[in-house]
Write a protein that binds this ligand. Structure first.
Ligand code: TRP
Length: 325
């Protein structure tokens, strides 16, 4: 017996990095055994922030390749592209009628976007959380695994659901947030969150040589200037990574770093080796899947048709409740 239904979405950002993996993908994979999972590439949401959309398709493919290679499994879960189940736009419109404008303009995520893209403050951007509420409620998900940054959107979704159900009778499911337990994964610079736009990331799919090159640029304890200076693992991002990828060696590394018995260069080489080894099966599966992109699009089409079956049921109920013929 499954514990409930999970829905989560991610914008198609192309090849995924280690931060995406530790923060989201790993969790998506784990949830598949306990929940009925619906995982969505939210390409319509991506349109709210993009002015150039020519890479949308390839970014979708690259991201889904990473998802599948990492163990998100179309046999266990529904994996699909948002725009291929257009009922979501219909529900978005209906939900927009019970959404007070003030709730949208007040959201911190909207205000931040306005600051970030003052020349492209479009109507869709304002409605972003309504579309997200439509995503979640269309599939009657009760559990939404997301990072803390999405908490205001989840709270918004819950409020919309309560409002809709209050107006029209109990129809939609109020979802709960399932905060991802992982700490923020810092980038190679050690100070900013790992992100593609900052270029401080390591792609999951990068070949071992490239991975090593990137790891060697990682910032370590800034107070350790000479090889003979003792290091402080607690402030070192490389050490944090060892925690994830070198579980057997992490104690020894900590001891040797504190006693200056290991230098940062060797420490990073060890990390690069472990990281590469850990991702070897991933790279293999990805290369195999990547050789036949048609297969990936077929998986997504199958996901869309399974998602459509759920969506049609919800829309029939919603329309009846609202009084649409
Ligand atoms: N807003 C989410 C983000 O930027 C993506 C998203 C869209 C989403 N719809 C969703 C996440 C539904 C969870 C559930 O990360």
């Amino acid at each position: 017996m499954k514990k409930g239904r999970v829905f989560s979405g991610a914008r198609p950002t192309g090849r995924q990095h280690i931060g995406n993996y530790l923060g989201a993908i790993q969790n998506y994979v784990a949830l598949q055994d306990d929940y009925e999972c619906v995982y969505c590439v939210v390409d319509l949401h991506a349109l709210t922030t993009l002015t150039h959309t020519e890479e949308l398709k390839s970014n979708t493919l690259e991201m889904v390749l990473d998802w599948l290679a990492a163990g998100m499994d179309p046999e266990k879960s529904i994996i699909f592209v948002q725009s291929q189940v257009p009922q979501v736009t219909e529900l978005h419109t209906i939900l927009s009628m019970v959404t007070p404008m003030g709730w949208l303009t007040r959201l911190p995520t909207f205000k931040e976007r306005v600051r970030m893209q003052p020349d492209n403050v479009n109507y869709g951007l304002l409605g972003y959380p309504v579309l997200m509420a439509a995503d979640i409620t269309l599939y009657k998900a009760d559990t939404v695994p997301v990072g803390e940054d999405q908490a205001p959107h989840l709270e918004f979704t819950r409020e919309i659901v309560r409002r809709f159900n209050h107006h029209f009778g109990p129809t939609l499911v109020e979802p709960r947030i399932k905060l991802t337990a992982f700490p923020r994964v810092m980038g190679l610079d050690g100070v900013n969150k790992m992100s593609k736009s900052l270029g401080n990331h390591i792609e999951l799919a990068s070949p071992p040589e490239e991975m090593e090159q990137r790891v060697m640029t990682m910032v370590t304890d800034p107070q350790r200037r000479y090889r003979s200076d003792p290091g402080r693992p607690e402030v070192c991002n490389v050490f944090t990574f060892h925690g994830f990828f070198s579980p057997e060696q992490v104690q020894e590394i900590e001891r040797d770093c504190r006693k200056a018995e290991i230098g940062c260069v060797d420490c990073k080489r060890t990390l690069a080796r472990n990281l590469s080894a850990r991702l070897a099966p991933f790279r293999e599966r990805r290369a195999e899947l990547g050789s036949d992109p048609k297969l990936v699009w077929d998986i997504l089409a199958d996901g869309a048709s399974r998602a459509t079956a759920i969506a049609e049921g919800t829309m029939a109920e919603v329309k009846a409740r609202v009084g649409l013929p």
